[in-house]
Design a binder for this molecule. Sequence first.
Ligand SMILES: Cc1cc2nc3c(=O)[nH]c(=O)nc-3n(C[C@H](O)[C@H](O)[C@H](O)COP(=O)(O)OP(=O)(O)OC[C@H]3O[C@@H](n4cnc5c(N)ncnc54)[C@H](O)[C@@H]3O)c2cc1C
Length: 503
Amino acid sequence: MKRIAIVGGGIAGVSAAYELAMQRQAGVPVEFTLLEATQRLGGIVETERRDGFVVECGPDSWVTEKPWARELAVELGLEKEIIFSQDERRKTYLAENRTLVALPDGMRMMVPMQWASVLNSPLFSWQAKLAYLREPKLAEQLKATALDASSAAHDESVRNFVHRHFGAEVADTIAAPLLAGVFGGDIASLSARGVLPAYVALEREHGSLILGLQERARQNVDAGIQAAPIFSTLRNGLEGLIEAMAACIPASSMRCGTTVEVIERVGDRWRIRGASSKNVEDTLCECFDAVLMATPAKTTARLLRPLDAQLPELLPQQASSAIVVAFAFAAEWAQSLRIPRGFGFLVPQRSQAAAIMPDATQENLETLAQRALLACTFIDQKFFHRAPPGAVLLRAFFGGAAAPALLQEDDTTLLTLAHTALGRIIGRLPEPNFALVRRWPDSLPLYPVGHLERIQNLEDRMAEFPCMRLIGNAYRGVGLPDLIHAGRTAAREMTTAVQNCNL
Ligand SMILES: Cc1cc2nc3c(=O)[nH]c(=O)nc-3n(C[C@H](O)[C@H](O)[C@H](O)COP(=O)(O)OP(=O)(O)OC[C@H]3O[C@@H](n4cnc5c(N)ncnc54)[C@H](O)[C@@H]3O)c2cc1C
């Protein structure tokens, strides 16, 4: 029987393993082993359920528009568990000089869908408002200069892309903090094609992003399609997806606590060597017909280097680190909080270069934390069922250039820093009923300009190894739906490949 190894048990690897388990159930003669370094599956997907709160330590939702997470949840019998963002409460603020200024209503990222709210917004100068008004008139010109779909080499930075449509102020005021809140990166170096593929496609079709979104909204109305809530998640937390998939994977096909150290070609097969995190005697040395690598970019680069020294160069070279700090306030404490109605706030990026300070005095740490604070979500308002009635759940997201300097601080220090940093923006916070900290070092690969071309080159080069595939957030999307889709597709392709080749 053909054997497939999956290295890495984050959402991408577990989705691949689940797909292989389904294939086996359907009678496909294939064996597989999921190798995960830590003792738990899920990678960045982790939910803590405590005192009636559901706290997401990593991702908190998926984008409803992409179907693959919902499809998976339905297939796993979790349809009734799916809940949506409370979009009627959707308001996002920018923290400007310690005060919260609301982003205009009806924005689709940096693209307005309601003129009045943009024109009345105190966030923009009249020049920025004029730039918004002008964009639809530039449709033909923008279409003529749109990024070429047929050439992966044709790319530009996100900042450039937004600047071409709406000018510098909109790029820096809205696009930068919005994308920093997702990637922790600088829009001047992020790839427009890698990070905003839907907007790039919209530009190709309509030139103007405003006209494109208006046209799409009209088509939906004509077709009787109601606007869906933007975000979906599971009532009891996203780790429920991992748990439900894991329940379908035979225990004999999972090996947690095993760090893969070497992957080498032996004849037509792959020999994988690894070490157990618990028992030094329990080493792994097994041969497989195919390998699905679902590890973070840095690990993948290290494992691939001995096979082909060029491959690691084609992977994203930089990844941002994130720190999530959540504060849970039970109803009696929450009463003293003055949290505005909305989903949360974003913090505009200041000059991050100055953020790295050599000596870690408390004062410097506080400055670092303020600079690293990218966003805070008012979780109990974004989703129902995340906190008991009347309670408040806040989740702060630290990232960007200042975050690595905070990673080594202990939990108590990080909690104090986060408490102070949030307090400066939304008013002094009482002590929470409980709080938690999660560090995700190098967790979000930054797709630089030209990313998709490099990934194309990587995939072309990988053709040398027909029974090895790379999945995970370093390639064609960091969001959960994309990773579920990529994991399941790669697993299906791999079973076909190993069945067809005479190994
Ligand atoms: C704070 C945060 C918030 C986010 N919010 C959202 C959101 O709301 N919605 C959304 O769609 N996306 C979100 N994302 C992005 C998304 O969560 C990630 O892109 C995704 O979870 C990554 O999954 P993965 O399987 O590629 O990698 P990972 O989850 O990093 O999994 C990789 C796995 O490989 C294992 N591993 C590493 N080395 C080895 C080795 N040598 N041997 C064996 N195993 C190894 C690791 O232990 C890990 O379990 C967020 C990300 C972060 C950091």
